[in-house]
Design a protein around this ligand. Structure first.
Ligand code: IPE
Ligand code: IPE
Ligand code: MG
Length: 232
């Protein structure tokens, strides 16, 4: 079975760069090459949603130099890739706490999302300034606000209703979550949405995660038995 939604915690850019005697930013730049490659592979594989954890809410605590280099790279990559995304019929979506992004970056994101909104081959979701706890909290806040004018909301609220308050409302839950670089943790990523995701961990660093690694992950997924709490 081909997963409908593959999500990747792209980790190890810094270690890749340091191992080559380069600065961390060089790792992020090489990581963009992996994004390009994996987007192509995902579309070829018939995956309908590819989502990428690009920058967590916690990543704002990194040095100002690294944060601004990363934001710069996001902006340049979007501008550089928009034509190709249009040609390849990629729908581009950014999810996260957009209030922390610069006006300039938000403007570029809006323009890219608007230009690609009707594309149907694959949806590329970039999680930017995102964290799972932030998402659940912003949902809870909006529910509390809606409950003021709707006193029955609290008792009526279903799991499906809650889903619609998360920023991922339009995106199915990930079938497969891949984390590169050997770390085996969720790092405040999709907490609610990962309830029944399959996990795949690899020691390969993100800048080296290319076609062969993608195939290995999808092969591993194909062998999984997803039971959702039931028996055969
Ligand atoms: C992942 O690589 C990219 C981001 C978190 C922005 P890292 O920058 O975390 O690389 P390592 O983990 O330090 O090697
Ligand atoms: C997780 O990677 C966030 C992203 C890949 C964007 P980190 O490198 O920030 O995570 P920790 O600190 O190792 O848990
Ligand atoms: Mg890391």
């Amino acid at each position: 079975m081909v997963p409908e939604h593959v999500s990747i915690i792209m980790d190890g850019n810094g270690r890749w760069a340091v191992s080559k005697g380069l600065n961390r930013s060089a790792g992020h730049i090489e990581g963009v090459e992996s994004v390009r490659c994996i987007l192509r592979e995902a579309a070829k594989s018939g995956v309908k949603y590819l989502s990428l954890y690009a920058f967590s809410e916690e990543n704002w605590k990194r040095s100002e130099a690294e944060v601004s280099a990363l934001m710069d790279l996001m902006m340049k990559s979007m501008i550089g890739e928009i034509e190709l995304m249009c040609e390849e019929k990629v729908r581009f979506v950014v999810l996260g706490n957009r209030s922390r992004l610069s006006d300039e970056l938000n403007g570029t994101i809006d323009a890219c999302m608007e230009k690609t909104k009707d594309n149907k081959v694959i949806t590329l979701v970039i999680f930017l300034s995102y964290s799972g706890k932030w998402d659940i909290l912003q949902a809870a806040r909006r529910i509390a606000a809606d409950a003021v004018s709707d006193p029955h909301l609290a008792s009526r609220l279903s799991m499906e209703d809650f889903d619609r308050y998360l920023v991922t409302a339009d995106i199915p839950d990930p079938d497969l979550i891949i984390r590169t670089s050997g770390e085996q943790r969720i790092s405040n990523y999709l907490l609610w949405q990962a309830a029944y995701s399959e996990f795949y961990f690899t020691d390969t660093l993100w800048p080296e995660f290319r076609e062969e690694e993608w195939k290995k992950a999808l092969d591993a997924y194909a062998k999984r038995d997803r039971r959702y709490g039931k028996t055969k």
